[in-house]
Design a protein around this ligand. Structure first.
Ligand code: ZN
Length: 684
């Protein structure tokens, strides 16, 4: 591992933050924290922390010695000075007199000594940083160091590699007790460069930001060099299928099996994030994957994101998916049974009774394919997948020089069921459409774009499909989060199939489909050319059928129901003069909606439509609006608001109706009219 330190970059951080009153120490602390946080081999998703001890001036103009230490909720890779809140150092040091200190009291005391009351909570490892005397302290969960320490004889290997220049701290859960133990180890030999925390990570420290950082790089390099010696490779399992089943077929089945049935047609679903590579395949295809993957996490704080072990599924073979589904279900059932037993066993010995978390895996290993991260959102699934990929590297290296053995189960339980984590349960409720995957066709503009954004606001994971891939991607960016944009010609069956496959591969499946793409053709029905009528039927009827069929295919593979939503039109019930080429296929699509409700209600799939009329950003072009208002002798404004309420209706109003229908769990075969009131187009 190479040092990325640059004097010029360090100075540019000092210059950048100086106008905001950030001193040199803290600016350089931000710089090297980012250097460490930018490398996933050192730090992942909120793991690791850094600090510096410095002097600041308070409101009264008095100098105060403070510890600026990483705050919770900040990632080291993009940290700002605000992510390293200042805590008064003197009171922290006095805590060392205490025999014991609960985590709750520790957090409270740390908060009480913040210089700025609005700061985030200082790290739970704050006291460890405080009790060591050095100005700059760096802490990472280095993959290479963990590969050495997570061994049956990891202590001996670490002592051999790092020698007397490091102190060695036995595994203790982060908090007051670990802080005291680490300080005692340091004080036995104050000449050490840092500390190895067995089965947890590594600290380095120095008087300058550069020295602390470069000590970290140096120690990690020693670990990497040791891992290069005498390596053995993972042996592949025999009998893996020659032709693995397609990811797009496997993912929805797995997603359905993981969903928790809440009764009354409701499911607690998961979003998935698939990863594969040569290294991942060597790991999941290994003959001993059932051993090395089930030992536990490489460093305890991963357990909060991934649970202690992944579920190992059978290898899916093309054309044999029903057999695979049965075997995969059995693997998930035994994972769940093992999780319940683990909880019961450890809860019994714990002083305070804990609330059991859901028993579903957060990582699934699939021989022949790769691995899935699983989470309540695409972001959570990505974090689980990132950690799983990092685990593959760390465990593969550990197995290369010995055998992987992390901290014991009872310690992992203490982390997973930490009182500070348990206190968060039930707080911060999810958005109404969280965990749902929504596809919107014709999503690149108008009603489709408004609908995609509305679903994203409700917490859904959104896939925007449009003939114009650039427009689809632009709307996806506006949706934020992990939304994706894909090019799709809904009149081409292969293109629709490819788009649904891509969504299943990206997120794991599909729950809601808004079949919105359409266009208006005009012509008097007695004279209009067949060609016009057929083109309109391709887009305004057959495309809806193609989209809905693909949706039903994925939804029935999941077995957790779903919602089909069609953009019908006022034309479907109240034809406009010379609008036959548009109204006829739309009328058929309204009937199509009813047929899906009838045929697939048994699968828990609801089918509904929105009838919108006179929407400026809908199908009406500026030209159409101008000519129609002129024909009626109205201003454009009066024409657009020509409904019972006398108010213009917008794309966002239509989007709200789609969102409502997606949430209305007992509504099917229903058409919601969004047109400001039009008695001729009203339904019974
Ligand atoms: Zn740590």
């Amino acid at each position: 591992m190479k040092s990325l330190w640059s004097d010029a970059d360090a100075e540019s951080f000092v210059a950048r933050y100086a106008p905001a009153g950030v001193n040199r120490d803290l600016a350089q602390r931000v710089y090297t924290t980012r250097l460490l946080g930018g490398d996933p081999r050192l730090v992942l998703h909120g793991g690791g922390n850094t600090s510096c001890k410095t002097t600041v001036t308070d409101l009264l103009g008095e100098s105060v010695e403070v510890l600026c230490v990483k705050g919770s909720g900040w990632d080291m890779g993009d940290i700002e000075p605000a992510g390293l809140p200042a805590v008064r150092l003197a009171p922290l040091l006095k805590l060392r007199r205490l025999e014991t200190l609960s985590d709750e009291d520790m957090v409270d005391f740390q908060r009480g000594n913040l210089l700025a009351s609005s700061s985030p909570n200082p790290s739970v490892e704050t006291l460890l940083h405080a009790f060591l005397p050095h100005k700059f302290i760096d802490h990472t969960h280095s993959t290479a160091v963990l590969s050495l320490t997570d061994q049956p004889d990891g202590d001996a290997i670490c002592r051999e590699v790092f020698g007397a220049k490091m102190g060695y701290v036995p595994y203790i859960m982060p908090g007051f007790a670990l802080a005291k133990a680490a300080a005692e180890v340091y004080e036995q030999d104050p000449t050490v460069d840092g500390l190895i925390l067995f089965k947890h990570g590594i600290f380095t420290f120095a008087d300058t930001a550069r020295d602390a950082y470069e000590l970290m790089i140096g120690k990690v390099t020693l670990a990497e060099q040791r891992l290069e010696k005498g390596r053995k490779t993972l042996v592949a399992a025999a009998g893996l299928p020659k032709a693995p089943a397609a990811l797009a077929e496997v993912a929805p089945r797995l997603r359905g099996m993981l969903a928790l049935d809440q009764g009354d047609g409701a499911f607690k679903r998961w979003v998935m994030d698939f990863r594969t590579s040569d290294a991942i395949l060597a790991y999941v295809n290994g003959a001993e994957v059932a051993r090395y993957s089930q030992q536990g996490v490489v460093t305890p704080d991963h357990t909060i994101r991934t649970k202690n072990w992944p579920v190992v599924l059978p290898a899916p073979e093309a054309g044999q998916l029903d057999e695979w589904t049965a075997a995969a279900q059995a693997a998930i059932d035994s994972f769940v049974a093992r999780y319940h037993a683990y909880f019961a066993r450890n809860n019994q010995r714990s002083a305070i009774r804990k609330t059991e978390l859901d028993p579903m895996p957060r990582v699934a290993l699939v021989p022949g394919l790769g691995l899935f991260g699983i989470g309540a959102s695409a972001s959570a699934a990505a974090i689980a997948a990132d950690i799983a990929v990092n685990t593959v590297e760390s465990v593969t290296d550990a197995e290369a020089i010995g055998s992987f053995q992390p901290v014991a189960e009872d310690h992992l339980f203490d982390l997973e069921y930490w009182s500070l984590e348990q206190a968060k349960l039930g707080k911060g409720g999810e958005k109404p459409l969280a965990r749902q995957i929504v596809v919107v066709t014709g999503g690149g503009s108008g009603i489709g774009a408004a609908t995609a954004r509305a679903f994203a606001r409700e917490g859904a994971e959104v896939a925007v499909l449009d003939l114009d891939p650039e427009a689809a991607r632009a709307v996806a960016r506006a949706c934020g989060g992990k939304a994706i944009g894909l090019g799709c010609d809904v009149t081409d069956a292969a293109s629709v199939r490819a788009a649904f496959d891509a969504v299943a591969e990206r997120f794991g499946g599909v729950d809601v489909v808004v079949s919105n793409a359409g266009a208006a053709w005009q012509g008097a029905v007695g004279t209009v050319g067949d060609e016009v009528l057929r083109r309109s039927f391709e887009l305004n009827f057959f495309a809806h059928q193609s989209v809905a069929q693909n949706a039903v295919r994925v939804m029935t593979a999941q077995g957790t129901g779903g919602a089909l939503l069609f953009n019908a039109s006022k034309q479907a019930v109240n034809p406009g003069r010379n609008f036959g080429p548009y109204g006829l296929p739309k009328a058929a699509t309204l009937f199509l909606m009813k047929q899906y409700a009838l045929d697939h209600g048994k699968d828990g799939i609801r089918s509904n439509a929105v009838n919108a009329d006179r929407i400026r950003s809908g199908l009406l072009t500026g030209e159409m609006i101008a000519s129609r208002s002129k024909a009626r002798g109205l201003t454009e404004k009066d024409y657009m608001a020509g409904n019972l309420l006398g108010r213009e209706v917008g794309a966002d109003d239509v989007a709200d109706a789609f969102v409502w229908l997606a949430r209305a769990s007992k509504v099917s075969a229903c058409t919601v009219t969004v047109d400001g009131g039009n008695i001729e187009a009203s339904l019974r």
